[in-house]
Design a protein around this ligand. Sequence first.
Ligand SMILES: C[S@@+](CC[C@H](N)C(=O)[O-])C[C@H]1O[C@@H](n2cnc3c(N)ncnc32)[C@H](O)[C@@H]1O
Length: 251
Amino acid sequence: MEKPSKNKYPSVTHISNAEHIGIVKEIFSTITERYDLLNHVLSMGIDVYWRRFTVKKMRFFKTFRLLDVATGTGDIAICASAANPDIGITGLDFTWNMLKAGKIKISRKKPDQKIALVQGDVMSLPFSDNTFDVVSIAFGIRNIPDRKAAIEEMIRVLVPGGRLMILEMTFARHSLFRKAIGFYLNRILPLVAGKITANPGAYHYLADSIMNFPPPAEFAGSLEGLGLKEVTAHPLTFGITFLYIGLKPEG
Ligand SMILES: C[S@@+](CC[C@H](N)C(=O)[O-])C[C@H]1O[C@@H](n2cnc3c(N)ncnc32)[C@H](O)[C@@H]1O
């Protein structure tokens, strides 16, 4: 049997978009079983607070519909449903194993919640223009090589005035925490992940993809460049993670 290698995946800076997508699909199909547990252990439970903060910033005003893309096992969808029981919620992901785990979690935790989980690709959303008041993506955007096209597609399905909300980890360039976070991402995280998951290489990919994601000011600028208005970047937990919010312009 092939032994899982810790450096199984090349850096995202050295691969084509097609290779990147292939790696993402392989990783999220193989770490599904322990994904939620690892999320909570590796973030020391703070990820729950980051998702709650995101949901508090959502605003429903026209269609009362939320689309959570790259929904994985549906944590944002579940949290949003608890806070807004009357809205319509769709979670979309291209990895069937993640959705399957999400469906089991929803039926166990919140059997009465109406959350539709759909298999699909962010790059080509199966929805009409101007459908959702809010489109969210949590820890998904760094896994998408063509970010510009993905963001344009998410803006397309938002109603004018609707909110695009992007929650993503970052690797501060000039921070006191930089060394500590680098050590954590490159050493501690794969070590702990190696004990829990069958694919520790996935957590080298995770560290690599975080370290190669653009810094917050640059990323927020790119959202403005794509036409979003009133773009804000909210640092969470000393800026380990940022919540970016931008409004689709009217008309
Ligand atoms: C790190 S997980 C995040 C899951 C969830 N949002 C959370 O907060 O835990 C990233 C997810 O993005 C999904 N994904 C990546 N690229 C995608 C794409 N182009 N279309 C749909 N899903 C995608 C993966 O399948 C995976 O489930």
